[in-house]
Design a protein around this ligand. Structure first.
Ligand SMILES: *[C@@H]1O[C@H](CO)[C@@H](O)[C@H](O)[C@H]1NC(C)=O
Ligand SMILES: *[C@@H]1O[C@H](CO)[C@@H](O)[C@H](O)[C@H]1NC(C)=O
Ligand SMILES: *[C@@H]1O[C@H](CO)[C@@H](O)[C@H](O)[C@H]1NC(C)=O
Ligand SMILES: *[C@@H]1O[C@H](CO)[C@@H](O)[C@H](O)[C@H]1NC(C)=O
Ligand SMILES: *[C@@H]1O[C@H](CO)[C@@H](O)[C@H](O)[C@H]1NC(C)=O
Ligand SMILES: *[C@@H]1O[C@H](CO)[C@@H](O)[C@H](O)[C@H]1NC(C)=O
Ligand SMILES: *[C@@H]1O[C@H](CO)[C@@H](O)[C@H](O)[C@H]1NC(C)=O
Length: 767
């Protein structure tokens, strides 16, 4: 248990110090939350368990720190952790922290850090259908439990109905905790766990009132992510008439457990670690984590630390890459033992239509949700729309604006909002309209070509008029998917040697459930409510991948986390629905590099039968930590202290289904050649005998070689080794060059693809 407070050793101190109550308030003002890592192997035998040892460690503070009046020692301890780290979190003054550092068994400490969170159709786009493939083979993810650490759930949402759900697996140890407007009656066979974690938040801000002190979601994020992963079937879902159809998650028969550690009042790493600790103990099979910390080394990253034990327990972890793109190195959760997911677009557009007085109709992107009088009104062209005073005099007309460059769109949009015009039409080349289309007043975004026709009409007609209409959805738009502008790019700052992100999944304008009492959007100055909402971000991509992992696990229960990740990666798609390489909105629609989309767009059906697997042992990850030159203390923080740290074979060359090589030596010999070598072992998970032949796409200025080029397997689960080497200049001129290694078997049944990146970007890890 992560959060139990055994009272015994603390109780007496509690009474003893009671008279110092007044002083303690002064003291508590200077306290900070810390997460303390302890070496469990040094715990004296006298202690019954780690919890009483941690409590006693805190209890001794009152003796070693005479000036500090630690009155309520039990309140100093926030959590004692069980699975994910050996240690505890506590609220300590600077001198108390110094005293803890002197305690027997102390390894290291870190400050508790704040954390922020970064469909009807997406399943079809992923190729899921009921007759064959991943849905059929896994029976929609039946018996798999997906845990999420997020903002909670709205349990009354139709997506949490448990029609058709199988019984709760008997191995499940979770609970539905009672709290504000929440009790266990709200759980069912779909929502099987609901717990809260806010002791760290309250220790940091003791005076905070938690408005919704239960798993009930008031923000909406957790309701959306959990139903994206595993929402049940709901007919007639839509967002104000857009994207209408039957909503369902990727794994509609999987069970959901929510661990609420992200609050409207804030979110802290101590709570997140406690939530992951509890989820592992409860027995989740897949964890979906749509948040992350930027700029921290692995040994300070709560996600990296806590998920290492998930790995040891065989729990698959999906995480979001972050929304800081398109800049290189902006990614978080670039952790070697989790799946890091980038966000792509769907093949779906939402649009509004402008009917002109001459009978011509022009359509453009729009998701205006409001109620709206369909009527013909005067329309005027106001050029760059940069003069607010002029715009305010226009009144109830449709105003047409055109931007000189895409950066002025946001100013124009705001100017029309302030001017309270009837509606706006924006002529723009901007391909990243997501932040504008859910507009708060009637607005349509049209292309420069359509804009010409519109401007010509306005010029030609003495009394130009137009009528706007909304709520149109079109499917099958091309090209799709594309890498989004916002999705964070690799290399991973915390571990550049492992290519990240791993994969791309749908993230833009995803429809999923929403709390009934939280406004979904706002229009015409009023909040609007909806059972479903359209959200964008890697937060939405992450639960898609978690849902797919649940399907794969449902169909292949014997596969461990690294095998599932390998299957997802090597079977993903690098071509869009026009059969061209997937493009990147953030780089002018150029072909997306693996630093944006990883190995490609996730493909659930193909992931069930990958042919070959790149598997990873736990010691292999430790070898990476050793090669990052971490101290033994730092490695122990991640691997936990009781296990020995074996750094006899440090290596950054993890048996990963992707390759990244840095050609960035800034020295006098920068024209000389250099060779980067990679060793890999693949396991045959196809049926019996097979022969695989390697092929490598050409990469400008580089020579890529694979030895051997042919792998002959005699039986299932047989392993074979190969070596890949990349020869290039010590310093590459191009920023990023990429290609693919593909192993194809004799009857072309399995295509096992790995991305290869060569770059001159920085290769030093954050420390
Ligand atoms: C929140 O609820 C928990 C029980 O679920 C309770 O222990 C705690 O005191 C409550 N906290 C606040 C701030 O109300
Ligand atoms: C949960 O709350 C509802 C409404 O207050 C009540 O009817 C129900 O009995 C409660 N269930 C449990 C298990 O306490
Ligand atoms: C908490 O509230 C108490 C009483 O209102 C006040 O004295 C104290 O300064 C507050 N503490 C913080 C950290 O704001
Ligand atoms: C929009 O793009 C087209 C084609 O790329 C270009 O010719 C035109 O100048 C651009 N217009 C604006 C307003 O940026
Ligand atoms: C949601 O809002 C309705 C209407 O205001 C209210 O009756 C209901 O109690 C609210 N539900 C919750 C769980 O807050
Ligand atoms: C680790 O230290 C060795 C020896 O100083 C050095 O060669 C290597 O580049 C370092 N590795 C990293 C990842 O910094
Ligand atoms: C190479 O290093 C020199 C000196 O440290 C520096 O001035 C220069 O900008 C570097 N060049 C590149 C391409 O990084």
């Amino acid at each position: 248990m992560a959060s139990h407070h055994a009272r015994t050793p603390l109780h007496n101190y509690h009474l003893y110090f009671l008279s110092f109550l007044a002083l303690s308030r002064l003291v508590s003002a200077q306290t900070e939350n810390y997460i303390i890592h302890m070496d469990l192997s040094t715990m004296p035998k006298a202690f019954a368990n780690h919890h009483s040892w941690y409590s006693a460690t805190l209890a001794t503070l009152s003796k070693t720190v005479p000036k500090t009046i630690s009155l309520d020692l039990s309140s100093k301890l926030i959590y004692s952790y069980t699975h994910v780290i050996n240690g505890f979190s506590a609220s300590l003054t600077p001198s108390e922290l110094e005293a803890v550092k002197g305690s027997p068994g102390y390894i290291s400490s870190m400050r508790d850090l704040p954390v922020k969170v970064d469909t009807t159709h997406s399943f079809k786009f992923l190729g899921l259908n009921s007759n064959s493939g991943a849905w059929r083979e896994s029976n929609y993810g039946e018996n798999v439990i997906i845990g999420l650490v997020d903002t909670g759930v709205w349990p009354e949402s139709a997506s949490f109905n448990d029609d058709g759900m199988s019984e709760i697996p008997s191995r499940w140890k979770g609970e539905c905790e009672t709290g504000t407007q929440f009790n266990s009656s709200l759980c069912n066979k779909k929502l099987i766990g609901a717990r809260i974690f806010n002791k760290g938040l309250l220790a940091k801000y003791p005076n905070t009132t938690i408005a919704m002190n239960s798993t009930r979601d008031t923000s909406g994020h957790g309701t959306h992510t959990s139903t994206t992963a595993a929402g049940n079937f709901v007919d007639g879902a839509s967002y104000f008439g857009y994207a209408s159809g039957t909503a369902r998650g990727v794994a509609p028969r999987a069970h959901v457990a929510m661990y609420k550690a992200l609050w409207e009042e804030g979110g802290y790493t101590s709570d997140i670690i406690a939530a992951i600790d509890q989820a592992i103990n409860d027995g989740v099979d897949v964890l979906s984590l749509s948040f992350g910390l930027d700029g921290v080394p692995l040994y300070k990253d709560p996600v990296a630390i806590a998920t290492f034990s998930a790995l040891e327990k065989g729990v698959f972890v999906s995480t979001s890459a972050g929304n800081e793109g398109p800049f290189y190195g902006s990614l978080h959760n670039g952790i070697p033992w989790v799946l890091t997911v980038a966000a792509g677009t769907l093949d779906r557009d939402f649009y509004g239509v402008l009917n002109l007085g001459n009978g011509v109709s022009i359509s453009g992107a729009s998701l205006y949700p409001g109620n709206f009088m369909k009527t013909r009104v005067p329309i005027v062209f106001m050029g760059s729309c940069k003069n607010p005073k002029k715009l305010k005099k226009i009144g109830r007309k449709i105003v047409v604006c055109q931007d000189k460059n895409v950066d002025t769109l946001s100013t124009q949009y705001g100017n029309l909002e302030d001017a309270k015009v009837f509606g706006g039409v924006f002529i723009t080349n901007n391909t990243d309209l997501e932040e504008f289309v859910q507009s708060s007043y009637p607005a349509i975004f049209v292309s420069p070509e359509d804009g010409e026709a519109l401007k010509n009409y306005i010029k030609a007609d003495a009394q130009p008029k137009a009528m706007m209409s909304f709520r149109n959805t079109v499917l099958g738009t091309k090209p799709a998917p594309k890498a989004t502008l916002y999705t964070s790019r690799g290399p991973s700052p915390s571990c550049p040697a492992i290519l990240k992100p791993d994969i791309m999944a749908p993230g833009s304008l995803i429809l999923a459930a929403w709390p009934a009492n939280t406004s979904a959007t706002e229009a015409d100055g009023r909040p609007l409510y909806s059972q479903f909402n359209l959200l964008s971000g890697t937060s939405m991509a992450c639960p898609h991948a978690a849902g797919v992992a649940a399907l794969v696990l449902g169909a292949r229960p014997e596969w461990g986390p690294a095998a599932i990740r390998s299957a997802l990666m090597t079977s993903s798609d690098v071509y869009d629905n026009t059969l061209s390489p997937i493009k990147d909105i953030g780089f002018n629609n150029q072909p997306a590099t693996p630093l944006a989309i990883g190995s490609g767009h996730i493909n659930p059906n193909k992931a069930l039968d990958p042919g070959l697997i790149y598997d990873v042992e736990i010691q292999d990850y430790v070898n990476v930590l050793c090669a990052l030159n971490y101290t033994v203390e730092h490695i122990k923080v991640i691997t936990k202290s009781s296990s020995l740290v074996d750094c006899s074979k440090p290596s950054l060359d993890l048996n990963y289904p992707s390759f990244i090589a840095f050609f960035n030596a800034n020295d006098s010999k920068s024209d000389a050649k250099t060779v980067k070598d990679f060793q890999r072992t693949v396991t045959n998970v196809g049926e019996g005998k097979s022969t695989y032949i390697a092929s490598v796409t050409s990469m400008e200025g580089l020579k890529v070689n694979v030895v051997p080029k042919k792998l002959v397997f005699k039986e299932k689960n047989e392993k074979k080794k190969f070596k890949l080497s990349i020869e290039g200049p010590r310093m590459m001129k191009q920023r990023v060059v990429f290609g693919y290694l593909t192993w194809v078997d004799n009857d072309n049944k399995h295509v096992v693809r790995s991305p290869i990146v060569a770059t001159n970007l920085d290769s030093t890890a954050v420390s």
